[in-house]
Design a protein around this ligand. Structure first.
Ligand SMILES: [Zn+2]
Length: 199
């Protein structure tokens, strides 16, 4: 009588389960090969998890702090199929146009995320008008959006600063940083800025 049943599914299912059980932990090829009992096709199965299922399994090609042979699943949520359908050219164009900056929270690709500094900002391509509302995949309807905003977690993780504390912080900041705040405010509120500056 069998006591230990092997886990259901093939090599890809085993790898998927292993990645999902180890989100955020860097793993090497030796570990992953062991997961599938040394099957030689393990690397191809990992690629399928990326390309067919949309799991964001990062390698040294995606992140400079990863060494060749290291793998990292940053988030358990696969990239939606529509995003995978957007061409490489459109992605590159939109990221460049948006200055590699999240258009919702302003986080910059590769820098620590302002709401969660343990995470490096990773940008996705999002639709401005959702496809369910008739939006297209045309670059004019696309924008760069970080994984935190993409997961809709920004509202949950961002506690709005108290106005009093915020003003104190700004008053204490260097002139250079204050000017940076001013520039950002003018960009965000161009109409109001012009009205106030008018003599
Ligand atoms: Zn964001």
């Amino acid at each position: 009588m069998k006591v230990n049943k092997p886990p259901k599914g093939g090599a890809r299912a085993k790898l998927r389960a292993h990645f999902l059980a180890n989100v955020g932990r860097v793993m090497n090829s030796t570990e992953l090969r062991t997961v599938v009992d040394n099957q030689s096709e393990w690397a191809r199965r990992v690629r399928e998890l990326r390309t067919e299922e949309g799991y964001q399994i990062l390698t040294h090609n995606d992140r400079s702090d990863l060494k060749p042979g290291q793998y990292l699943l940053e988030t358990p949520k696969p990239q939606p199929a529509f995003e995978r359908a957007i061409s490489k050219e459109s992605r590159a164009y939109v990221l460049d146009r948006n200055g590699f900056t999240c258009q919702m929270c302003g986080a910059v690709a590769g820098e620590p995320h302002p709401y969660d500094t343990t995470r490096k900002t990773r940008l996705h391509i999002g639709h401005i008008t959702d496809k369910s509302m008739g939006g297209t995949d045309d670059p004019s309807n696309l924008r760069a959006i970080c994984s935190v905003c993409n997961e809709g977690a920004s509202n949950a993780t961002l506690t709005r600063p108290d106005l009093q504390k915020l003003l104190i912080q700004i008053r204490r900041a260097t002139s250079q940083d204050q000017l940076e705040v001013l520039r950002w405010l003018i960009k965000k509120f161009p109409k109001q800025a012009v009205e106030k500056i008018k003599p």
